[in-house]
Design a protein around this ligand. Structure first.
Ligand SMILES: [Mg+2]
Length: 377
């Protein structure tokens, strides 16, 4: 086998404004701030991956850029790009945490290896179970009238799943929004709820029971990430399925969460778990425990969305869809040369080798705030 030696890692910090502020139980977000990992080989191949942090949830762009540029670079440059798991094992040994940076590194390695093999990432990690995934849009604008206009526009594009971000204002505001959406769209709309840790644990069960009358598919992360006993108690007490997002980062969280039955569903995100392969390990634990999984996302460009699409194509069981909507419906612009493949309310999983997308150099120049490179020829 011919080696494809990695000669450089470039880290691009990127900041793209959003079309509107989105509010959550854990704070407001007005843009997409990520660090892209670009790997170059001596065989002329380039691979891309994205670290998509959120400071109140995972980490920071600065921290992830330093993780890649300073701490992980020595374990990557000079290696053969197909040695994905050995390189990731060294990365995990060299640096605690920073799962977003490790997800970016893994994605760039998979992108190159896929190009070498002539296979999409979904096939590299086991093969796709589906070619398309139902898409959810998150209703999170504190100006609900503006959100209703967005929902109508996105409904017309074919999306039928809407996730209401709750817990950032008062309970009556959440009830009012759910009532309006259910009354206007009837049974044709799939409604979900995400508190992003915004409910007080002592009163969460009563408040969630109030919402059950609007027949949500699930309620996501009602309480703080470390309040796992409360999450388990809520899951036992209410009828609506409960999803764990912030409470399940890595494989150990998933194992412990399954043993405690903290939730009925785990949200999979490459950024919080360190990549596609780690998410598939979490999906295996969930499957063994009778726990459903879901395609969640951070504040991402289509580079990270595409990694998520390959992941969710390769997950054996998937009934609740994904939320890779940022580049299509939230960001002011996207980086990729081709639009993220959303059509008629579904994400269409790419069939080209590797990641199946690459940044447009002009867009990268426009939105890049910093570039770190070793300068090695
Ligand atoms: Mg969430």
């Amino acid at each position: 086998m011919t080696a494809h030696r990695i000669t450089d890692m470039r880290v691009h910090c990127v900041s793209i404004p959003a079309r509107a502020v989105h509010s959550h139980g854990s704070g407001d977000v007005g843009g997409i701030n990520v660090a892209l990992c670009e790997l170059v080989t001596d065989s002329g191949l380039t691979g891309w991956g994205e670290a998509s942090p959120w400071p109140v949830f995972t980490g920071t762009v600065d921290g992830n850029a330093a993780a890649l540029h300073v701490h992980l670079r020595p374990h990557v440059v000079g290696r053969d790009a197909v040695l994905i798991e050995p390189i990731l094992a060294d990365a995990e040994q060299a640096l605690v945490g920073h799962p977003e940076a490790k997800a970016a590194l893994e994605c760039a390695l998979l992108d190159i290896t896929g190009q070498i093999a002539g296979l999409p990432i979904a096939e590299l990690v086991g093969g796709r179970h589906r070619d398309s995934i139902p898409l959810s849009f998150s209703v999170a604008n504190p100006d609900f009238d503006a959100d209703l206009e967005d929902v109508a526009r996105i409904w017309d594009s074919g999306v039928r799943i809407f996730k209401l971000k709750t817990g950032f204002a008062d309970h009556s505001f959440d009830l009012m929004r759910l009532e309006k959406l259910r009354a206007f769209y009837g049974d044709a709309i799939h409604l979900r709820i995400d508190y992003n840790q915004g409910l007080p644990a002592y009163d969460a069960i009563r408040l969630i029971r109030d919402l059950e009358t609007f027949r949500p598919d699930f309620v996501e992360q009602p309480v703080r990430m470390r309040e796992r006993e409360a999450l388990a108690a809520i899951t036992r007490a209410v009828d609506v399925p409960i999803m764990a997002d912030e409470s399940v980062f890595d494989v150990r969280d998933a194992l412990h969460g399954a043993q405690m039955r903290i939730a009925d569903i785990f949200s999979l995100k490459t950024a919080k778990s360190g990549g596609i392969r780690r998410c598939l390990e979490i999906a295996a634990i969930a499957r063994a425990a009778g726990i459903e999984v879901y395609g969640g996302c951070m504040f991402e460009t289509s580079i990270a969305h595409m990694a998520g699409a390959h992941l969710m194509a390769a997950v054996p069981n998937l009934t609740l869809g994904c939320e890779f909507y940022m580049s299509t419906f939230y960001a002011e612009a996207d980086l990729a040369l081709a639009p993220f493949p959303v059509k008629d309310g579904y994400v269409h999983v790419p069939t080209s080798p590797g990641l199946g997308t690459t940044p447009d150099p002009d867009m990268l120049d426009r939105y890049r705030t910093h570039l770190f490179s070793s300068g090695e020829p």
